[in-house]
Design a protein around this ligand. Structure first.
Ligand SMILES: [Zn+2]
Length: 154
């Protein structure tokens, strides 16, 4: 079903979901699909993608979020059970441009990992120093107002 929504007409993942662009699928259901990343970081690199267009995780409904995580976990198991080199799995979401998001449609990366695979995160200067409790509390206090009351018990 081709989309006429201008927000999604340019979205390659929406085109894949609708069948108007090709992909190598691992799974499709009413809420999520999973397919192979066309530019894999490692062999077996795959993506879990909601059918509904949304750029960021906070825009998704609970049922879709739950299904995405469940599907990602099933595929994590499948990668580990496969013959692909997979000593570990990186599960990663770039949630926004500054995080390195390249396609503006939410996607969970599952990347098989092994020792010496050459992949990793680059940390900023100064990373590694433990912070004092007071500073950690100050950071937490910046976040706490946005947590729903029923979840914010501490
Ligand atoms: Zn999309």
């Amino acid at each position: 079903m081709p989309t006429s929504d201008p927000q999604t007409a340019d979205c390659v993942f929406c085109r894949i979901v609708s069948g108007s662009a090709p992909a190598t699928f691992l799974h499709q259901d009413d809420l999520v699909v999973a397919f192979m990343d066309i530019r894999p970081v490692q062999r077996g690199h795959l993506l879990v993608v909601p059918r509904r267009h949304a750029k960021l995780i906070p825009e998704l409904d609970e049922a879709t979020l739950a299904r995405m995580w469940s599907m990602a976990t099933d595929l994590n198991r499948a990668l580990r059970a496969s013959a692909l080199p997979c000593e570990a799995v990186s599960v990663y979401v770039a949630d926004g441009d500054a995080a390195g998001q390249e396609v503006a449609h939410v996607h969970i990366h599952l990347i098989p990992r092994h020792a010496q695979d050459g992949f990793g995160f680059r940390f900023p200067p100064g990373y590694g120093a433990q912070r004092g409790r007071e500073e950690l509390e100050a950071m937490a206090n910046e976040i706490r107002p946005g947590i729903p009351p029923e979840l914010s018990g501490s």
